[in-house]
Write a protein that binds this ligand. Structure first.
Ligand code: NDP
Length: 438
């Protein structure tokens, strides 16, 4: 048994059948979103439902798969951001300790990248007198970019899977004879090709200084989502001469979320995605395809439907968002500060593993108060579209189940890691996400 990379037989998502269903099902869902809401046809599932129209594509899918222009733009976007990620200024931060005792160093430069992108967009707005042909192109080729990003995620995660077998040129820190082995994700080392490809075999794939996981998590997908939202707002402005309060509100609440992720990227270094999960199809597709092309559904709906919320509803949604965002940020910041030794007055359980578990303040209310705040915030995205189309509410449902599944995965991990200490923690903090409910 390898000490550095223990083999596991445990499979999540009901094993291979679940993995295959997700691999095929989620891309189909993204394409279906486009078919349900686009310039030629819209349905809210209960009204105007026309299966024939849903199955009719504006272009044959095979034709899109081979579209050299869209491939070129997508690859330019991806590699351009990778280049900026390497060259724009920032500061360095170390990640959590790995199994060989080492820590990876990350360049944190989200502020530079976002500033660069926004200045570029603003300049293009001025130069093109508001026409922004690049945003118009993006808006009118959403199906094409959806398909190409799915194919890219598939190809890139396959490449990363094979890349995980290449031995290290610079030895790792381990004292065993595994010095040239890459560190694998424990959950992605089952030996089953399909499962390991899906869940992610290598923990931290890197090309030189470029950390693939952090880059994909925060750059190409998140920023494409921002551009898609802006392209929808721009489309509404071009076609109707004004922008509705719903569109402004949605862009505002989603941009705050995007900027929070990209600008506070050092917070991501302690998240499960970075510390525990390997980089496989699951993360790659989630970051590059699911985030931009499913999180932008509400903006795409509003680009085609004038929704006026009025001041009272707008204020209600804003206040709800503020509450959710506050819970999400305050609890995440508190745990992070505590783990850095900055909140010694708070009550905690000393564990045999050495790391302490907070049982006070936010973390005395439930085991994941941050998930609760995050979910409330997600609801504001749906509410911003009004109440006429249930498709816009898919996100709150999807995100709720994602967080529930995440909580269960985290509980399994912590039970194994902390043993009896976790039992004591569960006794002191019995609710998992929502106090008195779950
Ligand atoms: P948490 O921030 O809840 O982190 C869980 C980890 O924190 C545990 O594994 C454990 O790690 C440590 N921990 C748990 N309880 C305590 C405690 N009481 N005191 C100290 N440490 C504790 O979960 P995530 O990393 O999953 O999520 C982080 C944020 O990201 C959340 O706000 C979530 O909502 C958001 N998120 C958003 C997504 C999106 O798509 N928008 C997707 C996923 C997450 P250790 O081993 O170090 O003890």
């Amino acid at each position: 048994m390898s000490k550095l990379n223990p083999v596991t037989k445990h499979m999540e998502f009901s094993g291979i059948s679940g993995v295959l269903a997700i691999t095929l099902g989620l891309p189909m869902l993204l394409i279906t979103f486009h078919q349900l809401i686009n310039d030629d046809y819209q349905t809210n599932l209960f009204q105007n439902f026309d299966l024939q129209k849903i199955l009719t594509f504006k272009r044959p899918l095979l034709d899109i798969c081979l579209d050299g222009q869209i491939w070129t733009y997508y690859l330019l976007w991806f590699s351009g951001l990778a280049f900026l990620d390497l060259v724009l200024p920032g500061y360095y931060k170390q990640g959590v300790e790995l199994r060989d005792g080492s820590k990876l160093t990350y360049l944190i430069n989200g502020i530079s990248i976002v500033s660069f992108l926004l200045v570029l967009l603003a300049s293009r707005f001025v130069i093109t007198a508001g026409a922004l042909p690049e945003l118009q192109f993006l808006y009118s080729h959403i199906l094409e970019f959806t398909v190409i990003s799915i194919l890219f995620s598939f190809a890139f995660s396959t490449f990363i899977y094979f890349f995980s077998f290449i031995t290290l040129r610079t030895p790792n820190n381990s004292t065993t004879d595994e010095k040239n082995d890459k560190i694998l994700a424990t959950g992605g080392n089952t030996g089953n090709v399909i499962y390991d490809w899906f869940i992610g075999r290598e923990l931290n794939p890197r090309f030189g200084p470029l950390d693939v996981k952090l880059f994909c998590e925060l750059r190409p997908g998140m920023l494409l989502w921002l551009l898609l939202n802006l392209s929808c707002m721009h489309h509404q402005w071009l076609t109707s001469g004004h922008v509705t309060d719903s569109m402004i509100l949605l862009n505002f609440v989603q941009s705050i979320y995007i900027f929070d992720g990209v600008l506070n990227e050092d917070g991501v270094l302690t998240m499960m995605d970075v510390t525990t999960d390997g980089f496989g199809y699951m993360l790659c597709f989630g970051d590059l395809s699911l985030v931009p092309f499913s999180y932008s559904v509400q903006a795409r709906y509003l680009a085609l439907n004038e929704v006026t919320l009025g001041l009272p509803l707008t204020l209600f949604i804003l206040i709800l968002g503020l509450v959710g965002f506050y819970i999400f940020k305050a609890s995440n910041n508190e745990k992070s500060a505590f783990r850095q030794g900055q909140k010694p007055h708070l009550k905690y359980i000393k564990t045999k593993r050495g790391t302490n578990l907070l049982v006070d303040s936010w973390w005395g209310i439930s085991q994941h108060p941050n998930y609760f705040g995050d979910w409330i915030y997600s609801l504001t995205w749906c509410l911003s579209t009004g109440f006429s189309n249930p498709i816009n509410y898919y996100y709150a449902l999807y995100f709720g189940s994602l967080l529930l599944h995440r909580q269960q995965r985290d509980e399994l991990k912590c039970r194994e890691k902390y043993g009896k200490d976790w039992e004591e923690y569960e006794r002191q903090v019995p609710y998992k996400i929502i106090p008195y409910l779950y």
